[in-house]
Write a new protein. Structure first.
Length: 213
């Protein structure tokens, strides 16, 4: 019988310690059994409450982005502002469930919001990623927060909003970068013409700060 501390799995590395974050995906890739992967998912979830449990469950089954550091960090990017927006959306929604408060359906919004940050889903609609999310909505979650049919519209709304924000941020960054490059090309041409000793082709003190980094 293995008498090691049950908190140690796969090479005696403890899940959830500050010095090493062992994800369910890592354990799965190393050939650890399903029960251990489930334990890893629970460990991930314990770090971030109910939404962490959902992410941990998906990580153990789907892997990929869900089992990496970015997904774990994404659980902490769900802000108070996001929560207030979803609360107001739910409380004013015609599909609101009469006997369920926002606090009871919050995990559905959180799950959709975090899924919207997944770069693998950037060019996919909700219906095409729904299967992954539903896998994390286990029977235990459903017993407390409603079955997937009930949770689905809230997860979809949050996914749509979150993905639009993520896509918009990436697009804005690309536009800024293109603008900086164009401005510096013009600057280089000017440098060649004016012969100013303070400016020269290539990065110099007259260029935009972004170029000098």
């Amino acid at each position: 019988m293995d008498t090691r501390d049950p908190g140690h799995l796969s090479g005696d590395r403890k899940i959830g310690t500050a010095d090493e974050h062992v994800t369910a995906g890592k354990l799965a890739s190393e050939g650890v059994g399903g029960a251990a992967v489930g334990a890893a998912g629970a460990a991930i979830g314990a770090m971030a409450g109910p939404i962490g449990m959902l992410v941990g469950g998906i990580a153990g089954i789907v892997g990929g982005w869900w089992a990496g550091k970015s997904a774990a960090e994404a659980t902490h990017k769900y802000s108070d502002t996001d929560d207030q927006i979803y609360r107001e959306t739910y409380e004013n929604s015609p599909s609101r469930v009469a006997d369920r408060s926002y606090d009871q359906v919050r995990p559905a919004y959180q799950l959709g919001h975090i899924a919207g940050m997944n770069p693998d889903y950037r060019d996919r609609d909700f219906e095409s990623v729904e299967g992954d999310l539903q896998r994390g909505w286990t029977g235990d979650v459903a017993a407390k927060h409603g079955d997937w049919t009930t949770a689905r519209p809230y997860a979809r709304d949050a996914f749509t909003r979150s993905r639009a924000a993520a896509t918009g941020s990436a697009a804005a960054g690309a536009v800024r970068e293109a603008g900086h490059k164009a401005a510096n090309v013009v600057d280089d041409m000017k440098d060649r013409v004016d012969g100013n000793p303070a400016s020269r082709p290539g990065p110099d003190a007259t260029d935009r700060p972004e170029r000098l980094e």
